[in-house]
Design a protein around this ligand. Structure first.
Ligand code: PLP
Length: 383
């Protein structure tokens, strides 16, 4: 059968690749400390699970793309409380089935595969769906290589690239590095997009996973020509529920809503009920931050002890570590000897950017982080 050649040309999805390695190690009877895929182990708070159970009806009918008002109101209250931003729940907020599908589908909103100006700019290394969604929508991927502080500065791109660009992705806090864009960076990014009539989409799914200062949101800068994406996956331990939010410019939200009626993309009403409960509560997000902060602290202490450099990791669920020999793939393989599973930087990049790093996701429980550290200490002692 002849398949879409663009699909065939995509590299294996990073989590599939990393899960294969894990499963092979487990089959060999090895202990694995899985810092690979960013899927938290901490349980979903009980009140969220209960909100979902209480909302499974006898007759579960089709959900709507807009979803009920409760989830949108819950998010509007969150935006007011956390960001000091007023959003209209009727026109500026849409629920999504996790942010991944929305990231994947968004290029369909602005890319005309027959037009010459169909570039999509995204951070590289970065979340691989920016690239995949662009390619499958018929857009031209335009990875912006990051290094040093891992801050994406789109205003430094050549003018002719910006003129060909229909859509810019930014990601703050950034996966894989954990870098956070300042409000000044966000303003400059927005001004550049407005100048060139580019849709600016800010992926903010780690907005509530921070350690010292709450990160700024693009919504605090502007909503015109802007969408921001939020997720309950890491904030509320809800990866399996698939629940996110898109918010911003009412005209763009309306267009995205219309687009989503085609495949019928709509979270189930009972998931939206759980999401409404999650967005309404701050204390569980705070508790989770403490758990991640504890794991992060023990890892940072160990990396300092053995002289490993941690780059840019200010917030998010990740610690971005420079490979001692400058080769992230080799370092990741070496760590496997201690049973420590990480993602090499090459998993996140289309260009060579970030290949000298590995990403640790703060997944294993604290006691397993200690065990993993002991195993790495022994490994480094044998070097
Ligand atoms: C940068 C980024 N965006 C979006 C997502 C998707 O999150 P979800 O679909 O769980 O909301 C992830 C998941 O790891 C991510 O790292």
């Amino acid at each position: 059968m002849r398949l879409n050649p663009r699909l065939a040309a995509l590299p294996t999805y990073p989590t599939i690749a990393i899960d294969r390695i894990r499963d092979q190690l487990l089959a060999e009877g090895r202990t694995v400390y899985d810092f690979g895929t960013g899927d938290p182990m901490e349980p979903t708070p009980a009140f969220i699970r209960e909100a979902m159970r209480a909302n499974v009806p006898d007759n579960c009918r089709y959900p709507t793309v807009l979803g009920g008002r409760a989830v949108r109101e819950g998010f509007a209250r969150y935006a007011q409380r956390r960001l000091g931003v007023d959003l209209d729940p009727d026109t500026q907020i849409l629920p999504t089935s996790g942010s991944k599908e929305a990231v994947f589908h968004l290029p369909l909103l602005c890319i005309d595969p027959d037009a010459p100006d169909r570039s999509v700019v995204f951070p590289d290394p970065g979340y691989s769906v920016y690239y995949r969604g662009t390619v499958l929508a018929g857009g031209l991927p335009c990875p912006q290589p990051l290094s040093g502080d891992y801050i994406q500065r789109i205003w430094e791109l050549p003018r002719d690239i910006l003129q060909q660009t229909r859509m810019v992705w930014i990601n703050t806090p950034h996966n894989p590095s954990g870098a956070v864009m300042s409000r000044g960076d966000l303003l400059r990014t927005w001004e550049t997009c407005r100048e060139h009539d580019i849709l600016l989409v800010s992926d903010e799914c780690y907005m509530d996973v921070w350690f010292e200062t709450p990160p700024a949101s693009i919504l605090q800068v502007a909503t015109e020509g802007v969408l921001a994406m939020f997720s309950l996956s890491k904030r509320s331990g809800m990866t399996g529920y698939r629940s996110g939010i898109v918010a911003g410019d009412p005209k763009v939200v309306a267009a995205f809503r219309a687009l989503r009626t085609n495949p019928g993309l709509a979270p189930q009403d009972f998931v939206n009920a759980a999401a409404a409960a999650a967005w309404t509560d701050e204390s569980h997000a705070e508790d989770r931050r403490h758990v991640f902060a504890e794991k992060r602290a023990v890892l940072l202490e160990f990396f300092e002890e053995v002289g490993l450099e941690v780059t840019a990791s200010e917030a998010s669920f990740y610690v971005w570590v420079k490979a001692p020999n400058g080769d992230g793939d080799a370092f990741s393989r070496e760590l496997l000897k201690a049973g420590v599973l990480t993602n090499p930087g090459s998993f996140f990049a289309v260009t060579p950017a970030g290949r000298d790093h590995v990403r640790f996701a703060l997944v294993p429980a604290l006691k397993d982080c200690h065990k993993a550290i002991a195993a790495m200490r022994a490994l480094f002692a044998r070097r």
